[in-house]
Design a protein around this ligand. Sequence first.
Ligand SMILES: Nc1nc2c(ncn2[C@@H]2O[C@H](COP(=O)(O)OP(=O)(O)OP(=O)(O)O)[C@@H](O)[C@H]2O)c(=O)[nH]1
Length: 410
Amino acid sequence: MGRDILIGFVGKPSSGKSTMLNALTDATAKTGSFPFTTIEPNRAVGYVQIDCACSRYGLEDKCKPLYGGCTNGRRSVPIQLLDVAGLIPGAHAGKGLGNKFLDDLRHADALVHVVDVSGTTDSEGKACRGYDPSVDIAWLHGEIIAWVGGNLKAKWPNTRRRHIATKANPVKTLQNQFSGYGSTPAITAKVLDKLHLSTPLEDWDEETIDKIVDTFVRTKFPTVIALNKIDHPDADANISKIARKENPNLLVLTSAISEVLLRRLAKQGFIKYEEGSEFVDTKDDLPDSDLKPMDEKLKNHITNLQDMVLYRHGSTGVVNVLLKAIELLGLIPVFSVKNINNFSNGNVSEGVFRDCILVKKGTTAGEVSHMVLGGEAMSIVGVNGNIAEDEPIVSGKTDILNFRLKKADS
Ligand SMILES: Nc1nc2c(ncn2[C@@H]2O[C@H](COP(=O)(O)OP(=O)(O)OP(=O)(O)O)[C@@H](O)[C@H]2O)c(=O)[nH]1
């Protein structure tokens, strides 16, 4: 998976996607550089905050990531975000240019569904009051199902005939249909395993195909549900309602607008703010600092934001959105270093722990060597000695690796 992870942001108009993307792609605290050569117009680079290996060794001061940044052991690892605007009910049937936007989703590894939990926008994003946002979660999932299912069913008579004629196995036949959504044979096999189907593919009825599509969409596009606008007074009741219906492990509470404001005020020198935390300091808190004083209106705004968001929920939640996405994808960070003794890439003065990639849990040291070196390593060394090629990476134990090249080592 390496550096190619793509997180798609979906949601009805005005749910807060752009605001959240603004907060997540703000690179002022980072070096701003990233490993992607081309960024397409609807993509942006976001930063997921992970615990950096530097803090295990007290090397926070020397940590200098090649890409992203690291502050006090919190490392911002760049990943690509996809802005899928314009999804409204009926999108699968082409409403609001829906098919075009759904097509963009093919490349996403995980989705973030931004839900306006204030209930102040209807299903098409128009201003209203008292709208039930729990409905949005069902319709958006339904749109994706209808899109994938519609494509599959349109081709089903041919697919079925071919399957019979070629005596193919069901995984191969389905994979041919799902590969366009970035599925792999392993994902397709997982979908069929989950369903324990007893009927052969040629006898599958519509209900079976619907179940397959539903399971495929949930497996291929794990979805974080970002309940946004928690700062709004109407949000609480809607959050409770959604929490009763949905898997709590998928929910993240956010106030994107608060995160944008806090980062802006920090940049302008009015507050000290640790991204993703509840800690905000003003000139009143730190009278000896060089923070600028704020007028009464701004002070009240910050106090209100602290009461409604930071103290009640622990943070604006925005940082947790990407953390949850990588958790759902089962990704863990791996630090590759050229010198396993001092963790540099050759010269400590250029910094330590320069390279970090996210890999799927269960990835072996040998597979990481292919990602990093583009080939096989002669030997792989961790902090406690040699590591076998087929050894899966264990976070915190064997996640700092030095790959010795086949011929001349560097
Ligand atoms: N109260 C509140 N308002 C928010 C929050 N996030 C965004 N908004 C507001 O909601 C409105 C819509 O936000 P956008 O970020 O433009 O929404 P969008 O989903 O990108 O909308 P489209 O571009 O139409 O798809 C704006 O007025 C934002 O200021 C939030 O956390 N709380």
